[in-house]
Design a protein around this ligand. Structure first.
Ligand SMILES: O=C(O)CCC(=O)C(=O)O
Length: 273
């Protein structure tokens, strides 16, 4: 397992999550969306100062549980063109610590064992996301490396991505650059003066889809990948959603950059145990 992770930058664990566990996560995610008032959201219905307001809404989500819309969910006048439960792109970013259902799923000793096996010492769970990849309007996730969002010295972030529904080329599965975790960090997402931005730090190109590997998996599969691994997912134009839950863990001994967007100031960080 360790040799394969070192070679490819990712591992696939079929049947990791039970049907019951996935049903609980999906039901809880639906409840969170049901309770979400779009008008209280990211300022998306206004124009003046919208960028600053949506930055604030996003940055605050480091320590709470918030819903974010799909970009294509709105018409030109800013009205929702689909029902709310078909309009949410994701929920983030601290439900693994704040929500009992997600907490129970996320703090699993099996994940701690995998972290240890891939060389992630003293993992701390910084982030959780529930990704809907909605039918027809599920947005593209451009090529990126998760280490851009979790800069540590030395690099340490690893991703734990759980398919809650079958993911395939039709509904926007993950694509990876196999072995690409040995390529440089191309971008860095930093917060400077309260504004978050992606900065290019290396000119190495992103892979073409022809050179990439689709990770088509059944519901219940866990995909673990190195934070340096370039990955991508296409827009979902199919009639089926492609729901997934992800966790990002960072080594406690590595220095965590103060410019990283996700800073824990009041909610304590925990490991998998
Ligand atoms: O689920 C997806 O489509 C992409 C997720 C991803 O890129 C990530 O969690 O870093």
């Amino acid at each position: 397992m360790t040799a394969r992770f070192a070679r490819d930058g990712y591992l696939v664990f079929p049947n990791f999550a039970s049907t019951d566990a996935m049903t609980r996560l999906r039901a809880r995610a639906a409840e969170i969306v049901g309770a979400f008032d779009p008008a209280s959201g990211s300022g998306i219905f206004t124009t003046r100062g919208q960028a600053a307001r949506s930055d604030e809404y996003f940055l605050e989500s480091a320590e709470c549980v918030r819903c974010f819309f799909e970009e294509e969910a709105f018409d030109e006048r800013g009205a929702l063109r689909v029902a709310k439960d078909r309009a949410i792109n994701k929920i983030g970013h601290a439900m693994h610590d704040l929500d009992p259902t997600f907490r129970e799923f996320s703090h699993d000793h099996r994940l701690g064992e995998i972290a240890e096996a891939i060389g992630l010492a003293q993992p701390l769970l910084y982030q959780s996301m529930y990704i809907f990849k909605q039918p027809q309007i599920g947005g593209e996730v451009k090529w990126h490396q998760d280490a851009s969002f979790f800069v540590t010295d030395p690099p340490s972030v690893a991703a734990f991505w759980f398919a809650l529904e079958r993911a395939d080329r039709d509904n926007g599965c993950l694509w990876v650059q196999r072995g690409g975790h040995r390529t440089p960090l191309r971008e860095r997402f930093a917060v400077r003066d309260g504004r978050a931005a992606l900065e290019r730090i290396d000119a190495t190109p992103w892979p073409t889809l022809a050179a990439a590997t689709p990770v088509e998996v059944e519901a219940g599969t866990l995909v673990v990948f190195d934070g340096m691994l370039p990955h991508y997912s296409a827009p979902n134009r199919s009639a089926n959603s492609r729901q997934a839950y992800t966790l990002h863990a960072v080594g406690a001994r590595a220095r965590y950059a103060p410019e990283n967007w996700l800073q824990r100031r009041s909610v304590p960080l925990r490991g998998f145990a």
